[in-house]
Ligand binder design. Structure first.
Ligand SMILES: [Zn+2]
Ligand SMILES: [Zn+2]
Length: 544
């Protein structure tokens, strides 16, 4: 049997985040991106989530290289977990490489990993894959898409992209390269679906400058601007606005400081001498002379913005006349937390500005018309929507049909599906694991669905502990102590717990060596029938 090209999404299809795509040909494979995803509201206690790449673990020696398309967390955030397992060189543009170095150094993997710098326009052989890197606009400089020449045909991977004619760094997407690919014949296009449900064209980053100017003109006190730590273009725009309006700028938060330092060192962030001051200095200056950039745009309670909204930030507090700018959009699923944070900031007296009140943020992802243009430029035979929840992938598929790609040449798949290409045809093959790996403190992957269900149950209904004393012959001695937390208001629950004592006594009399389980099950059902809540019940049996 002739070798097939296999394309396997390990992350990012069916969700926003933790992007990871595997290309396989014979005994060779190429990994594209290694991202993380931030937990949803109901994932209690989880720090972040990484792709399930167990599939690669028993074929580690087939991995010829790892390409990281750009420096955002949803493409880089799992790198330390991947590099702890795999021994393959990384390929990235200078800024992306710099941001990866910061992560690898933190994880003490720096010495172990080979990092190769590539630039847009380069062509690199990685095993049987001949990869052409082309520049794409996005909300971070130095992003690339990929033309991957494989023995089965040319595959174009868009990376995260938008078509911005006036980007902050003055470097538009490489349209000519895209058109050149179509001249050579493209077997399949894999394209970013994040904004597939947005009609029209994503506004240029240039619209933010006048919006910032307005904010800077109107603000009589300090300006606090929150954005993602990896949004280097936005840091540049704030620096420019601060300079134009005679303010100094301070960066707060380790990740933002580190990223800005690296971007500045590599020439991707150009800041006039003396513009950036330390936080301490900024706090001593006249409020109308400073702009402070910080993280926490998703309403994370532990972030600086989250702490400011609750008045428990250690280094500084909100002042009257502070203007807070949210230069970001909520990641799907975070809307509620973001809106709560905005309300709390308003309660504490800040002026809060966010899109759509003013265009202080634009998306870094293509909208429907840009997606269509990409398809027309590349003219792919097959189309696979990537990077998005199922609703985004489906809508992107509909857009592809609209521009004339035949339905049978389009597939919508989620993580773990194996796409096979041979003789110019695409088919969906076997399924491999493609779920979540939870990272929780120092634990990776040890938190499974069972623990998550327990956390949910505890959060929703609390727990009850029954402390029993039992004689050698198995008889209940005296009344057990009943302790509850997060279940009912204890002072009103005398009757309920008295009734529970009778249930315990009755169950204990009938129990036959399995006292613990018997009491737990009986009480769980009893509390549910009385309160319509099912707390976790722990029976402790102390033999006298
Ligand atoms: Zn991105
Ligand atoms: Zn992304």
């Amino acid at each position: 049997m002739a070798n097939k090209l296999r394309i396997i999404p390990l992350g990012g299809l069916g969700e926003i985040g933790k992007n990871m795509m595997l290309f396989e040909y014979g005994n060779n494979s190429l990994l594209v991106d290694a991202g993380l995803m931030f937990p949803e509201n109901d994932m209690l206690g989880i720090d972040y989530i990484i792709p399930d790449f167990r599939y690669l673990l028993d074929k580690k020696d087939t991995v010829r290289g790892i390409i990281i398309t750009h420096g955002h967390e949803d493409h880089t955030g799992a790198i330390k977990h991947v590099m702890a397992e795999l021994d393959a060189p990384i390929y990235a543009t200078p800024l992306t490489r710099g941001l990866l170095e910061v992560k690898l150094r933190d994880a003490k993997l720096h010495d172990k990993v080979t990092l190769n710098t590539i630039n847009a326009g380069d062509r690199v052989h990685i095993g049987p894959f001949d990869v052409e890197f082309f520049h794409v606009c996005h909300s971070i400089p130095d992003g690339v898409g990929l033309g991957i020449n494989t023995p089965a045909g040319l595959i174009v991977h868009s990376g995260d992209f938008k078509f911005d004619h006036t980007p902050v760094d003055g470097w538009p997407t490489d349209y000519a390269k895209l058109a050149e690919f179509s001249g050579r014949g493209v077997l399949a296009l894999l394209s970013d679906s994040t904004n597939a449900d947005k009609a029209g064209w994503t506004p240029s980053e240039a619209v933010i400058d006048p919006a910032f100017d307005q904010v800077f003109r109107d603000a009589s006190g300090r300006i606090l601007i929150a954005t993602f730590a990896s949004l280097i273009s936005r840091i540049q725009q704030v620096a420019n606005a601060a300079f134009r309006h005679g303010r100094k700028m301070a960066l707060v938060g380790t990740s933002m400081v580190e990223n800005a330092k690296m971007a500045q060192k590599l020439g991707y962030l150009e800041v006039p001498e003396g513009l950036i001051v330390s936080t301490d200095e900024a706090l001593r200056m006249q409020p109308k002379k400073v702009a402070i950039m910080t993280t926490g745009t998703q309403g994370e309670p532990s972030s600086i913005l989250g702490r400011l909204s609750e008045g428990r930030n250690r280094q500084f507090d909100l002042l009257p006349n502070d203007t807070v700018v949210l230069s970001s959009h909520p990641i799907p699923g975070n809307e509620e937390m973001v809106h709560r944070t905005i309300n709390k900031l308003l309660q504490r007296g800040a002026r809060v500005i966010y899109d759509p009140i003013a265009p202080v943020h634009v998306s870094g992802h293509a909208s429907a018309e840009e997606m269509k243009l990409l398809m027309h430029l590349v003219k792919p035979k097959h189309f696979v929507p990537i990077h998005g929840e199922l609703r985004h992938l489906n809508q992107h598929a509909a857009i592809a049909r609209e521009v004339g790609i035949p339905n049978e040449n389009i597939v919508v798949v989620e993580n773990g599906a194996v796409l096979e290409f041979s003789d110019g045809k695409m088919s969906v093959g076997e399924r491999i694991p493609g779920g979540y790996v939870f990272v929780d403190g120092t634990g990776v992957g040890d938190i499974g669905p069972g623990v998550m269900r327990e956390r949910e149950a505890l959060a929703e209904n609390g727990f009850v502990i029954v402390n029993m004393r039992v004689s050698k012959s198995g008889q209940l001695v005296g009344k057990p102590d009943i302790i509850s937390r997060g279940f009912v208001f204890v002072r009103d629950a005398d009757e309920l717990f008295e009734a529970a004592q009778s249930e315990i006594a009755a169950a204990a009399a009938k129990a036959n060596g399995n006292l613990k389980d018997k009491i737990q099950n009986t009480l769980s059902d009893f509390f549910y029938s009385e309160t319509k809540r099912r707390p976790m019940v722990f029976a402790l049996v102390n033999e006298l």
